[in-house]
Each structure stands twice: as structure tokens, then as C-alpha cells.
Design a protein. Structure first.
Length: 498
């Protein structure tokens, strides 16, 4: 039932007809502009993505066109593949069926995981790499056990080419494999490297292959990337500050906890004292791990979070909600382990009915907001574009932040008006009216701009209203289409060209 529900929600989100938003359109234009060779160079519109992720999207685009469905197919397919594997991964990791079912329920219904499963970005690929690598490492399925080293070797080599966050996942997987080396101490098998402990040659080959692929990928596509410094500046607020435990650090951690657990990712309920209960759930989870001496659970749950924090301290990788999507499964596992541990304690000391009510309450609090806010579609550009198609098929269109979305939909045939130009963001009214693209307008033109965030066009619109330049406007969701009369400059100053 949980699997069917999770699949249904993902398919619905994928097939609902949601348009590309700004970042997706920026990346999508690269597939329209370039072929495979062009994608190996720095991308246009300040975009970056792992090379095999780009190649896979390019392949689907060539086969099925540049529509939203084909562009989002690769992340969606990987998300669907990872969904059923997550349950078996958690079951093998925790040896706790109740925890596995709870974790699977939260994972299947989580809105962030559902939304990014059909996003033209590699964030959900990071999640899939975490789940698939964990499953291949732990699964007792006959086929996986028989071919484990080949599967781990090939998947681990592909991971850095599909996922930027895979380095954290591969490191945690390697730590888990290394933790088993002492099991070979008294092993007489010949295919081992004899140091103070017996190290299987197969593991050594796997690690060498992973390292080679990682460093080749890093040298070709990451090292001295032309966007690196600018991205560090743009995302500076997402890097964990130092020194640790100072005021700035505490504010940062509190913000990330709020984003991760309550507002952007896990979407746990803030009512009914659940944040306080959640804190105790996490403590119970760690206590359960220590009591059962299943320390390797920490390698797949706590270690990834700590590693990502360290990477953000060194300004290597942002600690921000989209970039840490792959940390949701570890946090979900800890949540489920804690719920299971407390429920078993209540069952043992009080009554099974109270334990059941506790589990139901926690499952409700962990999934309510995700279910009630489904489906997610924050940015809707198509109605404003349809409005322009209908009423302004030839009028000049000036565009702020929605420019890449407009251009994508023009190149793919949805938009009919090809007379469009970009105009700068974050401009003062004076700067706007002195732009060359604005000054050259001699008749009424259209301004397509964002209402919420992005271009800060409110002062410009206010100035237009003061000068009686707005003929007509149309608002929908995040965007506004404004018909504007031009200004002309003469010796007497600025006057309205009626």
C-alpha cells in the first residue's frame, strides 16, 4: 500500500503538466543549444551539472524532444527505482521491521522527495545514489549477494558522473566496507592482502576504480571551473560558519534545522508539541543504536550529515535545502528508529494500544503537511505566456527574471511572440528608464516581470503608475504582464509620449 501510494504521488507530480521554472529553463536551454560535445564545456546561463546526468538528459531530449516530460525523465526514473529499494535498505541496516515500515512511509509520502523526483536538476539523483549504494552494500537478495562487488564497482564508478553529492555517499560506503575487514583476520582465503588484517583484493580494486573515476571527473569538469568563485560568493550564506559554537554558528544551525525539519524538506508538523517529541525521538534513536551495538547504522545516518557540514565549512558544497536533499533518508531513518524504540518501550512497560497510538501520532505528524500540500506547483508561467499569445502576438516584450522561461517556451513552440528582449534585474526606476532596450521603445510595449522575488521590480512599477504609463496589467501567480507606454526625452525633461 505504501509503495503504491508513493508511486502514485510521484507519477501524478510528474505528469501534471507543471511548467519549467527559472533554474530548470536555464539548464534546458543548454540541451537545445548544444550537443554532447558542447555539454562538456561550461554551460550557458551559469549552470553546472554532472556530466553523465547531462548526457542522459541529452539522450532523452534527442529521442523524445525538449518537452517537460522528457527533460525530467532521468531524475524521475531513478526516483522510482530507488523507492522500493529504500524499504529493504532500511530493513537490512536496522534489523527492525517496524522502523523500516515507518521510514518507508515517511520517505514515500514526503513532498520534497516527490517534488524533486520530477525536477530538471540532479538533487533527486543524489537521493537515488544514496539509496541504491546502501541497498547494494547491505542487500541479502541472491542476485545482489552473488554479484555484489561488480554491482558496487560499476554503480560506484557511475555515481560521481551523475551526482555531485556521491563523494559523501561513497565515503560512507567505503567506511562500512572497511569496518568488515577485521572479519577477515583469521580468514585463510588467498585473495586477500595481508597487512595487520586481511583485506580482500576485490575491495581494493573497487576503491581504486572509484578513486580513479572521481579524480578524472574532478580534473576534467570541476577543477578551476570558471563559475566556481562566483558560485561561492552567491552561496556564501549556505556555508557553515566558523568558529564552531559561536553566535553566527548557532544561528546558522538553528536556521538549517528549521529548514530541514519543518519548512522546506521533511515538513514535520510544528503543532501538538511535536518538535519537542522529535528531539526525544532522535535521542532515543541514538540510544537504540548504542544499546543494540549496531554502530554501522551511524555510518549511513550521522556520518553523511557531519561530512556535508565539514564540506560546507571549507566552502566546497553548500549546506542548503536543495543541496542536502540526499540527507533526508538518513534523517528519516533516525526518526523511524527513534519512534520504533519508544514504541517498543511503551509496549513493554505500558500497553500495546498506547504504543500503537504513539506510532500513529508520529506518522501523522511526519506526513500531514506533505500530504496536505500535495501537489506542489509554486511557479506558474504558462497563463501569463498564453495571455501574451492572445492579446500581444507582435508587441515588443521586455522580460526580467522569467526571460529563460520565455525563451525556452518560445524555442519549443508554446510562445508565439518572438519579439522579446531581456532587461536587467534589481534596477532603480532611473536605471530602468535609461536602459537602451527601454529607451529605444517608441510605441507601447510589454513588461513581463516577477511579482515575488527575483527582479525587485516593484519600485519600477510604482514609478510607472505615478507617471501614468501603465495601460493594462495582468497578474497570475508569481508573474505580471504590464502594457507600458514609452517615455521620450526632450529639452524640457521627461514627458509621456501619448
Amino acid at each position: 500500500i505504501i509503495l503504491i501510494a508513493g508511486l502514485f504521488l510521484r507519477f501524478y507530480q510528474y505528469l501534471m503538466g507543471r511548467n519549467l521554472w527559472h533554474d530548470e529553463a536555464c539548464l534546458a536551454l543548454n540541451f537545445i543549444y548544444h550537443g554532447y560535445a558542447g555539454l562538456t564545456h561550461p554551460l550557458d546561463h551559469f549552470q553546472t551539472a554532472p556530466i553523465f546526468f547531462l548526457f542522459s538528459i541529452e539522450t532523452f531530449s534527442r529521442l523524445f524532444g525538449f518537452g517537460e516530460i522528457s527533460l525530467r525523465a532521468v531524475p524521475f526514473i531513478l526516483s522510482v527505482m530507488a523507492l522500493p529499494l529504500f524499504y529493504y535498505f532500511v530493513l537490512e541496516l536496522t534489523k527492525d521491521k517496524l522502523a523500516a515500515i515507518i521510514a518507508f512511509l515517511i520517505f514515500a509520502l514526503n513532498l520534497a522527495l516527490i517534488y524533486y523526483s520530477s525536477e530538471l536538476k540532479p538533487y533527486t539523483v543524489d537521493v537515488s545514489v544514496y539509496v541504491i549504494m546502501g541497498y547494494l552494500t547491505l542487500s541479502q537478495h541472491t542476485f545482489v549477494k552473488k554479484n555484489r562487488y561488480w554491482l558496487l564497482g560499476i554503480t560506484g564508478c557511475l555515481a560521481p558522473l551523475y551526482s555531485n553529492a556521491s563523494v559523501v555517499v561513497l565515503f560512507c560506503t567505503a567506511c562500512y566496507i572497511i569496518s568488515y575487514w577485521r572479519l577477515y583476520k583469521n580468514n585463510t582465503e588467498k585473495n586477500t592482502l595481508s597487512l595487520s588484517i586481511k583485506i580482500p583484493y576485490k575491495d581494493v580494486y573497487i576503491f581504486i576504480a572509484w578513486a580513479l573515476v572521481f579524480f578524472i571527473n574532478y580534473r576534467l569538469f570541476v577543477y578551476h571551473h570558471p563559475y566556481a568563485e562566483q558560485m561561492k560568493n552567491d552561496w556564501s550564506f549556505t556555508f557553515c560558519p566558523t568558529p564552531l559554537f559561536g553566535n553566527e554558528f548557532n544561528v546558522f544551525i538553528q536556521s538549517r534545522i528549521n529548514d530541514t525539519f519543518f519548512t522546506a524538506l521533511l515538513l514535520y508538523n510544528k503543532s501538538l508539541y511535536f518538535p519537542y517529541i522529535l528531539f526525544n525521538i532522535m535521542i532515543a534513536a541514538v540510544a537504540s543504536i548504542l544499546y543494540s551495538k549496531n554502530y554501522r547504522v551511524l555510518l549511513f545516518t550521522v556520518l553523511p550529515v557531519l561530512l556535508h557540514l565539514v564540506l560546507s565549512m571549507f566552502k566546497i558544497y553548500p549546506f542548503y535545502f536543495r543541496f542536502i536533499l540526499y540527507l533526508l533518508p538518513p534523517l528519516i531513518i533516525l526518526t523511524a528508529l527513534g519512534i520504533s524504540a519508544i514504541a517498543r518501550f511503551i509496549n513493554k512497560r505500558l500497553h500495546w494500544s498506547l504504543a500503537s497510538l504513539f506510532v500513529l501520532f508520529c506518522c501523522y505528524s511526519c506526513t500531514k503537511l506533505s500530504v496536505s500540500n500535495f501537489p506542489q506547483w509554486d511557479i506558474k508561467i504558462k497563463p501569463p505566456l498564453a495571455y501574451i499569445n492572445q492579446y500581444y502576438p507582435n508587441t515588443p516584450v521586455l522580460i526580467t527574471t522569467p526571460f529563460t522561461m520565455y525563451k525556452y517556451y518560445y524555442l519549443t513552440g508554446y510562445v508565439k511572440n518572438g519579439n522579446y528582449e531581456p532587461v536587467g534585474w534589481n534596477l532603480s526606476p532611473e536605471q530602468y528608464f535609461n536602459c537602451e532596450v527601454v529607451k529605444k521603445q517608441k510605441s507601447n510595449y510589454i513588461l513581463l516581470h516577477s511579482i515575488i522575488g527575483g527582479d525587485n521590480s516593484d519600485p519600477i512599477i510604482d514609478e510607472m503608475r505615478k507617471r501614468n504609463l501603465i495601460v493594462k496589467d495582468f497578474h497570475y501567480n508569481n508573474f505580471s504582464v504590464v502594457e507600458v507606454k514609452p517615455l521620450t526625452v526632450d529639452t524640457g525633461g521627461i514627458k509621456i509620449n501619448k
